[in-house]
Design a binder for this molecule. Structure first.
Ligand SMILES: [Zn+2]
Length: 479
């Protein structure tokens, strides 16, 4: 059994004015990429020879430049063309990756693979539940299964599951049939549906029940990705049958879960306080349990925000807080270049802000360089260096600058920057919902409703391709 493996993962935000270039991606090839996939041991155990293709991932950001994508795609297709005798293809894709001039990367990749290997070779795909799934995607793939969890902690499990299903297909233990797709006619902020909360937890239980039905291999609910102004922006339910004879069962199951999702949709709500920028900073003096973690939610680089906003920083500096505050991570390549020749401990006066638009207007600070370090990557790439950090202390406020967009999604991200997250009373992160290690650290959480490409109240976004009647209007939550 010969299986080709690869990962092309990016969540593309059309409200982010910057294209995502190749320099923002971690791109790897060769045998080393197999160590990054939980699918690898499953395939090895099945006796498969694994052909590595490409591993390419980046923080969520703007639409991917055509040049960057063509480079990544060429690496994938080279591996396929050199191995046209593969028995199956295992991939990890996002579901909301958009390419300049092309559109959906998932459709483009799967179409290119089908052109080369034909319709009979099974393609099994692990995916992110924040995908905007065009019906073409399940037409082209044999198996697709999203993670259940938001925040995403079951990626390895889904990599193993999709690999196991691929093995079963190649061995003929299960058959393949038309994958059912049922559109959920709603668009919701990516930070509202969380696995631990109702109604998503009950919807996920329905998916588990569906997967226990004989004839059903996989069932997924994609909540969609609201920060993409594309016609396929919405949720969907996807159900994979165990053979052509179960295709109608799969469609009935998908439609019935879709109806259940629609019936529960009005119950979605924010579960943490949603406060304005000034209200958030005013709350610093009144925190019951420290540290307070603040999501700079409009500039969330885990949802495609630019990561350059100085709006919250300005408010924090004006407040001259008596608490120790960490403002992480502001993308500022200009200031980073200026600071390159300066040493830790030196006093500096520097303007922070790329001055691209209203949210990135510069603020001049005078302070001391506290630390220099590495900026680490995202999701399965959290141990890869993707750039540099420089932290400047201004009074009680530590400001973390970076030369690439990023977010401190693990405690190791702080350590790699030369910081200890535990030193702070207040930590500001470029996130929406908190990533698991940050959530564990947090005494309290505020979803700061800041401006930017990941603005939470999505009914205010300048959609042109999304049906406005489908846009979920969330209620603000007080503290
Ligand atoms: Zn996601």
């Amino acid at each position: 059994m010969k299986i080709l493996s690869g990962l092309v993962y990016h969540e593309s935000n059309t409200f982010n004015p910057f294209l995502t270039g190749l320099d923002q991606f971690v791109v790897r090839e060769g045998e080393e990429i197999l160590d990054r996939f939980a699918s690898t041991p499953v395939l090895h155990e099945a006796g498969a020879t694994i052909v590595p293709s490409v591993y390419a991932t980046a923080f969520s950001s703007g639409i991917v430049s055509r040049e960057a994508y063509e480079d990544i795609k060429a690496r994938l297709l080279r591996a396929v063309e050199d191995n046209l005798d593969v028995d199956g293809i295992w991939l990890h894709l996002h579901g909301a990756m958009l390419i300049e001039e092309i559109g959906s990367a998932e459709i483009d990749i799967l179409s290119a693979l089908r052109e080369r290997v034909g319709d009979e070779v099974p393609i099994s795909v692990a995916m992110d539940p924040h995908g905007n799934i065009d019906p073409r995607v399940p037409e082209l793939a044999t198996v697709l299964r999203s993670y259940r969890t938001i925040p995403h902690v079951d990626q390895p499990e889904i990599e193993r599951r999709t690999a196991q299903h691929l093995v079963s297909l190649v061995r003929g233990e299960v058959g393949s049939g038309a994958v059912a797709h049922s559109a959920v006619p709603f668009v919701i902020s990516g930070d509202i549906p969380l696995t631990s909360q109702s109604p998503l937890n009950e919807i996920l239980a329905k998916l588990d029940e569906a997967e226990a039905i004989p004839g059903i291999l996989d069932a997924s609910y994609y909540v969609g990705f609201a920060w993409a102004d594309v016609t396929q922006c919405r949720g969907s339910v996807v159900v994979v049958p165990e053979g052509p004879e179960h295709a109608s069962l799969a469609q009935e199951t998908a439609d019935s879960i879709r109806d259940y999702v629609v019936s529960r949709f009005p119950e979605f709500r924010f579960t943490t306080p949603t406060l304005g920028v000034a209200e958030t900073v005013a709350a610093f003096d009144d925190v019951a349990q420290r540290p307070l973690v603040v999501s700079d939610s409009g500039d969330n680089t885990t949802g495609g925000g630019v990561g350059y906003s100085t709006v919250v920083l300005k408010e924090v500096l004006e407040a001259e807080p008596s608490d120790k505050v960490c403002v992480s991570t502001i993308w500022e390549p200009g200031a980073m270049a200026e600071l390159a020749s300066r040493e830790v401990g030196e006093e500096v006066e520097i303007a922070i802000g790329m001055d691209h638009d209203e949210v990135s207007r510069p603020v001049t600070v005078r302070g001391t360089i506290k630390a220099k370090g590495d900026l680490l990557g995202y999701m399965s790439s959290v141990n890869d260096r993707i750039g540099a950090t420089c932290t400047i202390s201004v009074g009680n406020v530590d400001i973390v600058l970076t030369d690439q967009p990023g977010s401190f999604v693990t405690l190791n991200h702080f350590r790699s920057a030369g910081l200890d997250a535990r030193d702070y009373d207040v930590i500001i992160v470029k996130q929406g919902y908190m990533f698991p290690e940050i959530a564990e650290l947090a005494g309290e959480h505020i979803m700061c409703i800041s401006p930017g490409a990941t603005y939470q109240f999505i009914e205010n976004l300048a959609y042109t391709k999304v049906d406005r009647s489908a846009v979920f209007v969330a209620e603000p939550v007080g503290r």
